[in-house]
Design a protein around this ligand. Structure first.
Ligand code: ZN
Ligand code: ZN
Length: 233
């Protein structure tokens, strides 16, 4: 089961060109089995909506729209979050495996330190993954408070930094994940994580990241073909 671990839709991520239906259709056409919708979640979003509660409810509603589209076309859509951290510039953290209520109960995720966010996500059964390390020279954060580092195949950024991210993950003893960070550009990166058939739910996905020592990524280098790479923690 090939899952793109990092996608956006325009209803919440203003920088994205495709709406919830279009992103689902694009993923289905690309041949994926599923996507995790990881819209941006940040303090600016809260300012745009006026109230925290409105922002959170719209954020969750966008996921349910994508999920309903997925059910129509035969694509699994899972709930995820890409938090823009306030503790360091340009740091984005992916949260997988938490229920939507997690956001209702903790609307100011962006204000937490890495350790606080990690502990909160774990307490709620999820995992925390650093998105696109090395983009804009962002360092690998403290891997004591991360479950994985991401290989990001966003076509705008010319490189996935595969070797550097892999070296960082090996050094920290954490997993790797992979996602397109698809924003509706003219080119779709066909990539993600190839999960075994018995991994079916977002809880399965987060447990797999937490407990496995090996993972198979489908990595799409810019202008290259997608290829499977096996990573051993
Ligand atoms: Zn990001
Ligand atoms: Zn993103």
């Amino acid at each position: 089961m090939l899952i793109d671990m990092h996608t956006h839709s325009s209803g919440i991520s203003g920088c994205c060109q495709l709406n919830a239906f279009e992103i689902v259709e694009a993923a289905k056409e690309a041949g994926l089995d599923g996507i995790i919708l990881t819209n941006h979640y940040d303090s600016e979003g809260h300012q745009d909506y006026g109230s925290k509660a409105d922002y959170v409810e719209n954020y969750i509603k966008e996921y349910y729209e994508a999920k309903a589209c997925g059910e129509r076309v035969g694509l699994k859509v899972f709930f995820g979050i890409e938090v823009t951290a306030e503790f360091m510039e340009r740091i984005h953290l992916l949260v997988y495996g938490v229920a939507e209520d997690f956001l209702r109960n903790n609307p100011e995720l962006y204000n937490l330190s890495l350790k606080e966010l990690y502990e909160l996500v774990h307490k709620n059964g999820g995992v925390l993954v650093q998105a696109h390390p090395f983009r804009h020279n962002c360092p690998v954060l403290d891997t004591d408070y991360l479950d994985a580092l991401e290989i990001n195949c966003h076509p705008l950024y010319k490189t996935t930094h595969y070797e550097d991210v892999k070296a960082g993950a090996l050094k920290g003893g954490v997993m790797l994940t992979c996602g397109s960070d698809y924003h509706g550009d003219t080119y779709r990166a066909f990539c993600g994580v190839c999960f075994p058939e018995d991994v079916r739910t977002i809880e399965d996905i987060s447990q797999y990241i937490k407990n496995s020592s090996q993972i198979t990524l489908k990595v799409h280098e810019v202008d290259g073909i997608s290829e499977n790479r096996v990573y051993n923690k």
